[in-house]
Write a protein that binds this ligand. Sequence first.
Ligand code: URA
Length: 422
Amino acid sequence: MDVISVIRAKRDGHALGPEQIDWVIDAYTRGLVADEQMSALAMAILLNGMDRGEIARWTAAMIASGERMDFSVLDRPTADKHSTGGVGDKITLPLAPLVAACGAAVPQLSGRGLGHTGGTLDKLESIPGWRAQLSNAQMLEVLGDVGAVICAAGDGLAPADKKLYALRDVTGTVEAIPLIASSIMSKKIAEGTGSLVLDVKVGSGAFMKSLDDARELASTMVGLGTDHGVRTVALLTEMSTPLGLTAGNALEVRESVEVLAGGGPEDVVELTLALAREMLDAAGLPDADPAKALADGSAMDHWRRMIAAQGGDPDAELPVAREQHVLTATATGRLTRLDAYDVGVAAWRLGAGRARKEDAVQAGAGVELHAKPGQDVVAGQPLLTLHTDTPEAFDYALASLEGAYDIAAPGSDEAAAHRPTP
Ligand code: URA
């Protein structure tokens, strides 16, 4: 087998055979196929696509490139959730302890933010002392003791994806549905969860900007999970405006703790409960009541134990950025649009995200929203507060917010079409 013939086949629009796929993934993982050759193949896949058979084989080859975890020693069913990523998407933080409080075990392998979307591990690292890196044995121990663990995937899990994802990120080949589906599902299947709920985001702040693409991604991933014996369901959820009222690491942890304490923004609570119900159903616990576990404090109790088990202090003060800048509303009326992508870019430019994998993030940086689409605003009153330790970033962040929102005149048809949120 030689890599050039595999690249040529995909370049010319042919389906790759099982032997070609197995060989190229294995050879790339072992360093026998060069990055530039794999980049050419990834671009050919982005341009010419893959059929379901190719995607299934590609995923299986990525799983086979590393180890598989096994949670069969646990005395309860496992349930995991994956979001395809968005702005202000902190749902994993309250969701994992909530579902654990309802009787499932939640092995949540999570990632870091890149570009305009935030990452769960970056958010949790703003809690003093908290560690993302656990060995497989430590992960199993926390899962057994607490019922929920959120940590980084070990190096042994789908190493082919680790290499390929980093390469796609710098070669403009992230947005290929076959590559996204196989990347996400190879890690989730190798992780060994019994059931999986996929939160596929659609809108300006998501990878998938159109409903058709989001549907295609969701059905591809559900098919892959089901074929590997993982009970998999997908929800398509809105990502055209940020989720909740914060985008940024410590800011989002604070909002998640509010949700666990029985408060927090309504959209965050609603999505957390919807995903919890799906996870519990998929795990075979349809009678569990997540709303009760939020209200009676048991979800908060699991959060505190989960954070402490990974070295974090759940009572510690969260970092606050050194400088704030308030952006005020330019008109009085109804906020009809606040763009998720623009807010995500602003948070990133303020220091909440990284431009390169090796960059550090600022714990306190980000954007706080004072109104959501559908709410009325008054000219001169705060609309957004920007937070950073590096005030020279304000102008750069503000530039990304030009044109990020629309305010419709009071009484106009446009205002009437955007009802206030209840
Ligand atoms: N998340 C992943 O893990 N892989 C992708 O390809 C995209 C998002």
